[in-house]
Design a binder for this molecule. Structure first.
Ligand SMILES: [Zn+2]
Ligand SMILES: [Zn+2]
Length: 181
């Protein structure tokens, strides 16, 4: 494990959220989609199932996506901003079956606030360890997804939307075409 468990979860959750809002598609079109996202990514705590909550979550995405394009100073500005606005106060807590980990806002804080703070806390770890290069973009030319490379040798190139397979198939076709010409 490269980072603490809650840091890795926070990074992956942030990338997953950013990737619901790519160019020209909406991965969180309605409250039901947010319910799905909530369950799939293991969120717990307050969840209102309202349009207002959905709007707040969507509004967070561009701020988080910005982190993938920013240099360290700008990342720090975004992270500090998110922590300040959310009145973050890190506390070690234990709930459900999880061991002690950090929460910096109460579990009954709005979902978008908790998502923002969890992402910010995880990014703070990347800044402190000099590992911001772990934040990468998918190598597939048709994909604008972001990813977090948590591999030991920093070898991850594609997002989880199947781009690795798509790239392998096109490389195979290109080789075949070349050998038949
Ligand atoms: Zn927790
Ligand atoms: Zn991709």
């Amino acid at each position: 494990m490269l980072f603490a468990h809650d840091t890795e979860c926070g990074l992956l959750a942030a990338a997953a959220l950013v990737n619901t809002g790519g160019a020209g598609r909406e991965g969180l079109p309605d409250v039901a989609a947010l319910d799905d996202f909530f369950t799939t990514h293991g969120w717990s705590g307050r969840h209102e199932h309202t349009d207002a909550e959905l709007r707040q979550v969507r509004a967070l995405r561009p701020r988080l996506r910005r982190i993938w394009h920013a240099d360290a100073d700008e990342v720090v500005e975004i992270v500090n901003g998110l922590l300040r606005e959310s009145h973050a106060l890190p506390q070690l807590i234990r709930h459900d079956d999880e061991p002690y980990h950090l929460h910096a806002v109460p579990r009954d804080a709005p979902l978008a606030t908790r998502m923002a703070v969890e992402a910010a806390m995880a990014m703070a770890d990347l800044v402190r360890t000099g590992e911001l290069r772990r934040l990468r973009h998918c190598d597939h030319p048709d994909c604008d997804n972001v990813l977090v490379d948590l591999s030991k040798n920093r070898s991850r190139r594609f997002c989880e939307a199947g781009c690795g397979n798509r790239a392998a198939v096109s490389a195979y076709r290109a080789r075949r075409a070349a050998s038949h010409s």
